[in-house]
Design a protein around this ligand. Structure first.
Ligand code: FES
Length: 135
């Protein structure tokens, strides 16, 4: 065997270190981007107190009201982010690639694989307005 074909130990270790560092930097950059997105997208949406019964698509939200029972979902499709703007046969349907979700936000047809994001909200005791914490 020719000794010239061997990789020197130091060079080999540098190569391995490089292979470990590059993915770590990529993960770090992704975490910063995620934090920035959350901060940029965090917002409050105020809904009027006299919401219609049933399902309403409103400013990036899907509001489902049945008497005092209210559930609010982000209308952002978990596949590639299109806005879901329709309900057919008791399913929320994404207009882009056809993903479908139950009225409880559970994905039942892909390509999406994650459920819709259910959003927290509070009701202002004085005005009755609903404050949704989106993002
Ligand atoms: S973005 Fe909704 S199915 Fe692709």
């Amino acid at each position: 065997m020719n000794n010239n074909s061997k990789i020197p130990r130091r060079k080999f270790l540098k190569s391995i270190a490089g292979l470990l560092v590059i993915p770590s930097i990529a993960v770090w950059i992704e975490s910063i981007k995620t934090r920035l997105k959350i901060n940029l997208k965090s917002k409050k949406i105020v809904l009027p107190p006299d919401l219609n019964e049933g399902i309403v698509f409103y400013d990036g939200l899907i509001v489902k009201k049945n008497g005092e029972n209210i559930k609010i979902f982000s209308s952002t499709c978990t596949h590639l982010g299109c806005k879901i703007n329709q309900e057919k046969n008791n399913r929320f349907v994404c207009p882009c690639h056809g993903s479908q979700f139950t009225l409880s936000g559970e994905v039942v047809k892909g390509p999406a694989t994650k459920n819709l994001m259910q959003l927290n909200f509070t009701k202002d005791k004085k005005t009755g307005k609903i404050i949704v914490y989106a993002g």
